[in-house]
Design a protein around this ligand. Sequence first.
Ligand SMILES: Nc1ncnc2c1ncn2[C@@H]1O[C@H](COP(=O)(O)OP(=O)(O)OP(=O)(O)O)[C@@H](O)[C@H]1O
Ligand SMILES: [Mg+2]
Length: 275
Amino acid sequence: MHGHGHGQPAVGGTVLSFEDLAEQLGADRQGALGDDDRALVDEQLAIVEHQWRQAVTRGLVRGFLLSGPPGVGKTTAAKRLAYELGRRFPRHAGRDGVATVLLDGSEVARAKYGESEQRIRGIFAAAAEGFGLAAQRTVLIFDDVESIFLARGSDQAKEWHYSQDSVFFHVVDGLDTSRVVLVLTTNRRDLIDEAIRDRFLEYPVGYPPAAALLELANRSLADQGLDPAARAAFAAELRPAIADGSVRSLRDAQHAAARFYVARLAGRRAPAVAT
Ligand SMILES: Nc1ncnc2c1ncn2[C@@H]1O[C@H](COP(=O)(O)OP(=O)(O)OP(=O)(O)O)[C@@H](O)[C@H]1O
Ligand SMILES: [Mg+2]
């Protein structure tokens, strides 16, 4: 766990400052995904900004559920929203500002019986208190949330999931939407309880278009100092891999670019896209 200074919650997770987010996202990568990606974050931003500025304490929207396949940028979109909120609600004279808490679902779920309920309560209580700064607002990101909240009807559902769920619903229903927002991510929508889906606005995040995958790969190779000719050679290898579906996600495209890069430096002519 890390973070900068103020109010570390004793609840696990990673506290990200505005500066941490800026560093992780990198200003130059903004919009790499094109308009769809930006539209999603912009819409969420408009909602949260309204609720926060107008002091809507019982807002209609408590948060968002980003669902979609692995590696398409769900966690990154959640961080982007947090970053944009941080820009709009900066810290003044040690007050205000936005804390972002990133919780790994599987880590919360691994807690012993009773502990995860305690942690969920603790996280929301700390958020309500601004993580030690009275006016600080909070973005709570529950990453890979399916591992915390397995569908109650599923085989994996155990009694203690009921109890985790009911604690979660209780704190979510009491959420002060004028200062806290939740973002849940999952690539197992089928495991998410309907009651969770009812409480959050769902945004499906799909595989990006070929152009976005090519652009991402090109950028990352440019970042590594590969010249335009090498990048064009890679694009020529990547296009058919995208067409046949072996490269679909942003992560696939990054991995393919990394393999190509390594092969280049090693003087090999290894396939950019391993099968
Ligand atoms: N808009 C973007 N521009 C450039 N790269 C991006 C963008 N969004 C995500 N990426 C990169 O794509 C990769 C996958 O993103 P991310 O981890 O956010 O996906 P995810 O949907 O949360 O995946 P998982 O389902 O496995 O948790 C990361 O390496 C991330 O840096
Ligand atoms: Mg993720």
